[in-house]
Design a protein around this ligand. Sequence first.
Ligand code: COA
Length: 704
Amino acid sequence: MTKNSSNIRTLFEPKSFAVIGASHDTDKIGYKIMNNIVSGGYAGKVYPINPQGGEILGNRVYKNIEDIEGDVDVASVVIPAKFVLDAVTRCAKKGVKFMQIITSGFSETGNTEEEKKIVAVAREHGMRVLGPNIFGLYSAPASLNSTFSAGTVLPGHVAILTQSGALGIALIGKTAVENIGLSTIVSIGNKCDIDEADLLEYLIKNDDTRVILMYIEGVKNGERLISALMRTTDTKPVVVIKSGRSKRGAMAAASHTGSLAGSDNIFDAIMKQCGVIRADSIDEAFNWCKFLAFSPKPKGNKSVIITNGGGVGVMATDACERYAIDLYDDQAELKRAFESVVPSFGSTKNPVDLTGGAKAQDYDLALSVPTANPGIDATIALYCETATFESADLVPMIKATHKKHLDAGKPVCYAIVGGTAVEDAIIRLRHDNVPVYGDVYQAVSCLGMLYRSERSKTEKTGPAEDADIDIAAINRIVDGALADKRSFLLANEGSAVMRAAGVSIPQTKVAHSIEQAVQIAEEIGYPLVMKIVSKDILHKSDAGGVALDIDNKEEVMDAYEAIIKNCQAYKADAHIDGIEVCEMVQKGTEIIVGARRDASFGPIVMCGFGGIYVEVMKDVAFRGYPFNKAEAMKMLKELRSFPLLLGVRGEPRKDIEGLIDALIKVGTIIRKCPRITDIEINPVVVYEQKRGHKAVDSRILITG
Ligand code: COA
């Protein structure tokens, strides 16, 4: 049977549920899960399984899974690790569709073999496995709480997928405090079979889910995840918290989940590419998720800031720039819209300043303007506590103006700053799901993420495209190097790979005699470079094996003799394969292009400005491959030094199209030739538009 033999919906909305290891002991996890299922109001059939038999919470206990007459959609396993494989085998034979393995003590502690056996048995019978090492799953559509969380889960519209079980349980508690309702919360644990990509398939279609929050420590099958995230963010925002940003954090995450945390730069770049929003903290993630779940979508990008204080207005303006929110700038229209509600000494410019004397009714009037004005799409409302504003009016004013925005289908967020009355108001209003924050940046960031998630739907660059490259020729070069027991390609082999991929390289040929060197030089033209070809001499310049700036036939002959003499003196027994005669590359913009097979995400392409830019400024951009030309252009635009390619101070535009072509070709090599693990071309010299580029030095690593 195939891996995907059961519809993932059954995992979330089963008609029958067994708990293997359901316990009579109220202190045990096997009892807590039963209790959550029963008290949560699950309407399907519940089958506790325990060798003692009897009854738990009004449900007949079966001694064995085989004793159950009917079908079992999902079975949760809460018994010690050494008994789990047997239970899995029996469930598989019974025809159980999904298993949730709560038990710890598998790959996360080094017990990888047992986990592999579980997967093998499950696959053989077309059964899917969630876990092991999980806290279970809550699903609002099925009123199913098969977790061992302490409190009840509030049904709602945020879905949480978490790799850390303990954090997940804590998040359930926190969502209750924050009054964030969940459509589901799933613990993914060791991901021996079901991973985030499988779960997203369900969430994409699940109507209850409006926004998805993921906690990720390590990514195992990144290519599947990329594709699932791309499809998810077409319809729903995804917010991700990824631990392991720091080196120490990455080590802790790796030992915690038994999976590699991957390089953070790559993770960051890929999340952006997928339109996923990355949060740094739980609070930030919760704020964004709640806002994204409840706010209407903006119809356009004209936002206004309405404030009673200049300082917070300026802060909000700065925050709008940071979060890429466009402020409405039509001064005449703003004047016309706000003139009647702003005092003569206030300002109708954006920020609209009601000044420190503003009372509740002034806010009421001003905040009603955007709801009725078709030119304004979103509102940022700011309030600094003042003696003129009756504090008792704060909550009613905000509730009323928030409702007006909801009724008008327009986003609004509030930042209110002040003492106890303000803090109390924040707690009350947030409990009612009104987006009120005690900090300007928090409020503005929420609106910023709403815009970002809307933009990511339209800014996707469409289907990816591989380049047409000569894969057979590249494979032959790799075969030769592997037969030679090498894990890298020689310079001339690297050039041959580039030629087979159609990446422009300097003209080059190997000469085996002075006469041949002269003949090649005359064919290529001057100036030229000559280099020793010997696998015994890795550092060619140190050996005197390189001659630059060769301008004529006589210099070719002199250089040939000198190189041979120098190299023989450097290493008498070196085997010399010949001398490479190469076109000398003219100066241009130096770019570094790389591609590698990432352990988590598969093919990755990297690009940056060469020389000091890459070393000192780390001005590089990454993308998961495949991608198309438009995505490659977005990648280049991410580089801080991108204007250099456009041409600054009267310099002409560089051949960006040619560079994009090279990026796609290098990505295609990595994707289509799995034995090539790393490519680095440093530099690719890029010339003026339509004048092309030259890949000067390519280093290629291979594996058998
Ligand atoms: N079929 C059915 N029931 C079985 C069984 C089997 N094959 N083997 C044992 N049981 C019963 C036991 O008799 C016991 O029931 P009882 O209390 O009525 O006697 C129950 O299952 C549990 O077994 P027990 O040996 O008492 O285990 P436990 O409850 O102490 O621990 C786990 C079991 C799964 C909780 C524990 O091994 C574990 O992995 N804990 C970590 C869980 C965790 O943190 N997961 C990750 C969360 S993020």
